[in-house]
Ligand binder design. Structure first.
Ligand SMILES: [Ca+2]
Ligand SMILES: [Ca+2]
Length: 681
């Protein structure tokens, strides 16, 4: 660590004011950060990086980030950090995406300088370990959670006998990496009627049915996992201030809105903008609440969720500070989409989401104070009354397919305040009927001045998607008088995937955003949420396979099949299934998926994962990397098509071989890619 040279300006002095200081587990903000300090805040898939500065002038400089797995040579580019100021917090913040869980990374942050030597720091931090169920099991045939808790100890799975049990308070903690898990024994449904209050750390609820009129799960502790549960309530999962590292995955959350417009009732509500965070809300189905997912301080990942028929907002990061990340969600029918009411600093990231059928507006721009990256989203509405529209022009709006089905602007009014970072608006497909996307802000002059939209294009919703889209007949609007009224059915869209149409203006019309865009085919990324030929992400609950402890998506028409059936699938390329973990099959078209684990340790796991997809013989795609440590590639092998994937595990490599007849590939391709993409953690 060098000390500032005397000839340097106060700018660099500010950046280097204190010595190197960093903490990977500082999400709780135990003490106020000092200028010069870099704090990394991990989740399972991302790293939030925050470089605090003491001088506002520092923020005029660009701050770039590169990353690598510890011990590797090659640095990989990530998106730049964003400068932001909120009250007394002045900092560069940003996120690195698509990281492998439980892995040590290095991050090289460089603050550039006009004419001066740039300041570079390298910090290392580890992503969170993916939750793993303990192998120790205790059976509790009667008495439900309350009886199980008495016998529970850290690192134990408590198997609950079937039955309906009353409200319960859980006060016994597990330990980091050694959860107390409550799950059904397998003899029938385990139902909790009443609130489950979690006042302990490292508690894991799995596969339970939880019901309460008000609030099914409440508590603000650390390391709570809620997986594969069915939860119905006014508030399904609610935390107060300071909750840390909640992992909420593969649940079905159902509210009580019954289509009636209101502002109350949430699927997941992180309650407060104060305290810790570092949560993931992934692969859940969330419907019939006012809001799908709400609040939290920051460093929150929301991805792979299927959110629909929410009456107020799909997702509202309201009040959050840095690094709220919303990607790969598919969302349908709500008054509003993604809410800024308010934002406290930023950056927030919203990418590769399908955001369809908001009655009022796809983004709720009530109070924006910082930058947002809105990239690779597919947005479709019948009309749009997005007010304060220019407020969102203070970050990036790139690679989106943003359409309304009736002529008119996407957004109107607002103030253009690019402030610290400038704004970039380009490579978008606008569906406005040919008019300007933003009205009331002299958009044409702004775009000319800032060089925006040089690569953007105008499209119609009938021309760019594979599905034949029927627009609802009703005329959606907002009025406070709607409160308490059922939202008309004829305002609602069907749940279209909105895959891009071959040959349309969406194809190869985008630009690569490092670390964010992900793999693509052809000359360039396509516009919108999906890349033609790579299917879609997996959305909504996956299967937690009790026998193998693997978690995977099960596409429609697929089922788990005994491994012995593999012998009959050799004609479509199924390898010898001996020793494999799981065989999945689909009858029509005929598809198989075979999962296998090779035990390995250390660096050999990464070498092996890459080796599995390395051969280019018969390769139909490049090596596709949707997440670091998860590689896949599509091959043509004789009359068959085979999609091979390999994922680095803590103790080995998971291999997935998925195949069909070459002649069935066009019918099978979407499900095959959705399946392998369900292996993204
Ligand atoms: Ca709301
Ligand atoms: Ca492409």
């Amino acid at each position: 660590m060098s000390t500032p040279n005397s000839h340097r300006t106060p700018i660099l002095v500010s950046l280097l004011l204190i010595g190197f200081a960093w903490s990977a587990l500082c999400a709780a903000e135990p003490q106020a950060p000092k200028p010069g300090e870099i704090r990394c805040r991990p989740t399972w898939a991302c790293m939030g990086i925050n470089w605090y500065v003491g001088n506002r002038d520092d923020l005029a400089r660009p701050a770039s980030v590169a990353f690598r797995r510890k011990g590797r040579q090659q640095w990989r580019p990530a998106l730049d950090l964003w400068a932001h100021v909120y009250k007394d917090r002045m900092m560069f913040s940003g996120s690195v995406f698509r990281l492998a869980p439980g892995t040590e990374y290095e991050f090289r942050v460089t603050v550039g300088a006009g004419g001066e030597k740039p300041v570079t720091r390298v910090v290392s931090a580890r992503t969170l370990d993916y939750p793993k169920m303990p192998s120790r099991v205790v059976r509790v045939p009667t008495g439900g959670l309350a009886a199980a808790q008495e016998k529970a100890a850290p690192g134990t799975v408590m198997l609950l006998g079937k039955g309906t049990y009353p409200a319960v308070q859980l006060t016994k903690s597990g330990k980091g990496g050694a959860w107390i898990v409550y799950k059904p024994a397998g003899d029938g449904e385990v139902v909790i009627e009443g609130k489950t209050e979690i006042r302990a750390d490292y508690v894991w609820l799995h596969g339970l049915t939880l019901r309460d009129a008000k609030n099914a799960i409440q508590g603000s502790h650390k390391g709570i996992c809620i997986t594969n549960c069915r939860i119905s309530a006014h508030y399904a999962i609610h935390t107060g201030r300071g909750a840390e590292n909640y992992f909420i995955a593969d649940n079905r959350l159902t509210g009580d809105a019954k289509g009636v417009f209101s502002f109350s009732g949430e699927g997941v509500d992180f309650g407060s903008s104060r305290g810790a965070c570092g949560h993931a809300v992934c692969y859940n189905e969330i419907s019939n609440f006012a809001d799908g997912i709400s609040y939290g301080r920051g460093d929150i990942d929301v991805y792979g969720n299927y959110i629909h028929e929410t009456v107020d907002d799909f997702i509202e990061p309201d009040y959050a500070f840095e690094n709220y990340r919303i990607w790969n969600n598919r969302c349908y029918n709500s008054m509003c989409g993604f809410s800024f009411q308010p934002m406290k600093g930023g950056p927030w990231y919203m990418f590769r989401n399908v955001n369809v059928g908001t009655y009022l507006h796809a983004f709720k721009l009530k109070d924006i104070t910082g930058p947002t990256v809105i990239a690779h989203n597919t947005v479709l509405t019948k009309s749009s009354r997005l007010g304060q529209g220019a407020d969102i022009l203070r970050g990036w709006i790139l690679n989106n397919a943003w359409l309304r089905a009736t002529p008119g602007p996407l957004a109107s009014g607002g103030r253009f305040r690019p402030e610290l970072n400038g704004a970039r608006v380009d490579y978008n497909a606008y569906g406005t009927g040919g008019g300007e996307p933003w009205s009331g802000v002299n958009y044409k002059a702004l775009a000319q001045k800032h060089g925006w939209d040089k690569h953007s294009t105008h499209v119609g919703y009938r021309d760019v998607f594979q599905e034949k889209v029927t627009v609802p007949a009703g005329k959606p609007y907002y009025s406070s008088k709607l409160k308490g009224k059922v939202i008309p059915k004829d305002w609602q869209f069907e749940h279209y995937l909105l895959l891009p149409k071959p040959g349309s203006k969406l194809i190869d019309a985008g630009t690569v955003l490092p670390n964010l865009t992900g793999p693509y085919l052809g000359k360039a990324p396509d516009l919108g949420a999906h890349e033609l030929g790579l299917g879609t992400a997996w959305y909504g609950p996956r299967v937690w396979d009790d026998q193998t402890h693997l978690v995977y998506g099960l596409p429609k028409g697929w089922r788990k099949t005994p491994l012995t059936a593999g012998a009959k699938l050799g004609d479509i390329g199924c390898p010898d299934a001996a020793g494999a973990k799981v065989l999945l099959t689909c009858e029509s078209p005929r598809i198989f998926a075979l999962l296998r684990i090779e035990p390995l340790t250390g660096e050999a796991r990464w070498r092996r994962a890459k080796q599995i997809v390395a051969s280019d013989q018969g390769a139909q795609t490049p090596v596709l990397e949707f997440q670091d440590g998860l590689y896949m590639r599509l091959y043509r092998k004789g009359a068959n098509a085979t999609l091979i994937a390999a994922r680095v595990e803590p103790d080995g490599v998971l291999t997935a071989v998925v195949g069909c007849r070459q002649t069935d590939l066009s019918a099978a391709r979407l499900a095959m890619f959705q399946f392998v993409r369900s292996l993204v953690r």
